[in-house]
Design a protein around this ligand. Structure first.
Ligand code: PRP
Length: 428
């Protein structure tokens, strides 16, 4: 094993041991940007483990000597903030001066972006804890060069290794990136130590191979299904998604689709490593996954919200489909039928909508989306007769741009499927 490969394995094992790298394919992390990831790294933790950090810094100076040279550097520059302690330890080991670079000039006083000093033409090594796509490195390098340094090298403990275009950009700027390990090393160490196997391992590999593709929402639907409700929700949250249209019949019974929904039913979504089925569950999941859209009240205020969400998934859906199927529960068994009767369901809904503009109060929520879509469907198939309160309510819902976008997309999808002669019939 080469020294670099050996160092990569040791680094990965240390980072696993101190829980600086975490793998959670079953419950992906959500970053501030809303991006999802089954992996997470926090190199800042290293500073709190003296033995681990000493070993990593020993490996760092060996790596720097091998990649940059023994006498090829004049100053070590730490990038604000996480890079600063690592730069200090490396400078100490190499017996070199140190400076640190702010992300932006201070804005007053000397307006310094670099703290510390070096002579014109000093050969600087930029040190940071980690590199994702290398974007921050460019800013630090520019500052170093602006202050007269030659800056052709950057060192990090951990490099994601999954954004090649970022590294190409650094190289184009004349900067070589040196790292002790990447996600691929961490993954190999996690696999060897038994942290990951089977589906979890496959999930992490899929993410590392295509991080953007992995987190795109895949929407399995047919425009004739309850997928229309989910489509509306997807348009409300405005997250990127890719629709996969499936015809009824064998396409829903393939092993691939049954792995998504063992019921062989539509709709379903996959978001990162998370698969969600059941229309209202999908809508609730999306409301929580994209909280900035304000489609669910805060948890302490969710009483009415949950009531009407579950009302739409349970009694309302069952009452409409039973009536549409020609099934009327006999009087004697109504007590054991969750919804009692369609009339009772509709009267309850009407009372609520006479008291407030939306089901959970003054604001539109995912409960309105789910119940409103059922109401639209029930009226469309003439199982529900229009009532003035319902008409006003549906006018409010139909005025939403997401509602209109979703309807147009599903109409277009239906037309395309019709043109291809794909079945419109739902199986028995
Ligand atoms: O953009 P890249 O070059 O790929 O590197 C990622 C940067 O993100 C982190 O710092 P962050 O911006 O969170 O700032 P901090 O160190 O001050 O917390 C990390 O320490 C790197 O500087």
């Amino acid at each position: 094993m080469s020294a670099a490969a050996d160092a990569a394995r040791t680094t990965a094992n240390i980072l696993l041991e101190i829980e600086a790298v975490l793998f959670r394919p079953d419950a992906p992390f959500t970053f501030t940007s809303g991006r999802k990831s089954p992996v997470y790294v926090d190199c800042r933790k290293i500073i709190s483990f003296p033995r681990a950090r000493a070993k990593l810094m020993d490996l760092a100076v060996e790596r720097i000597a091998a990649s940059v040279g023994y006498e090829s550097l004049d100053v070590i520059a730490g990038g604000e903030t996480a890079g600063i302690p690592f730069a200090a330890w490396i400078a100490e080991r190499l017996g070199l001066p140190m400076v640190y670079v702010r992300k932006k000039p201070k804005g007053f006083g000397r307006n310094a972006q670099i703290e510390g000093t070096f002579p014109e033409g000093a050969r600087a090594l930029l040190v940071e804890d980690l590199a994702t796509d290398g974007g921050s490195k460019l800013g630090f390098i520019e500052a170093l060069r602006g202050a007269g340094a030659e800056a052709a090298h950057s060192f990090v403990v951990f490099h994601y290794g999954i954004f090649p275009e970022g590294i190409a950009r650094l190289e184009a700027e004349g900067v070589s990136l040196h790292a002790l390990c990447t996600w691929y090393d961490a993954l190999a160490a996690a696999e060897a130590a038994g942290y990951l196997s089977g589906q979890g391992l496959a999930e992490v590999k899929a993410f590392l191979d295509d991080p953007d593709g992995w987190q795109e929402i895949v929407f399995y639907t047919n425009p004739q299904s309850r997928g229309r409700i989910v489509r509306w929700m997807l348009e409300e949250v405005e997250a990127p998604y890719r629709a996969e249209y499936l015809t009824y019949g064998p396409a829903l019974q393939t092993p691939e689709f049954l792995a998504v929904n063992p019921m062989g039913k539509l709709p379903a979504i996959r978001h990162g490593g998370t698969v969600v089925t059941e229309t209202v569950a999908i809508c609730s999941y999306l409301a929580d996954a994209f909280p900035e859209r304000g489609l669910a009240p805060p948890p302490p205020a969710r009483g009415a919200y949950y009531r009407w969400l579950f009302f739409s998934a349970g009694p309302f859906d069952a009452a409409i489909t039973a009536r549409a199927a020609g099934f009327e529960p006999p009087e004697a068994v109504r007590g054991m039928i969750g919804y009692g009767s369609l009339e009772r369901v509709l009267d309850t809904l009407e009372r609520q909508l006479s008291a407030a503009p939306y089901l959970a109060g003054t604001d539109f929520t995912t409960a309105d989306l789910c119940a409103g879509a059922q109401l639209v469907f029930g009226q469309h198939i003439e199982v529900i007769a229009p009532r003035p309160v319902f008409t006003d309510y549906l006018d409010r819902l139909a005025a939403r741009p997401a509602f209109r976008r979703a309807a147009a997309l599903d109409e277009a999808a239906q037309a395309a499927m019709d043109q291809q002669g794909e079945t419109r019939e739902q199986p028995a």
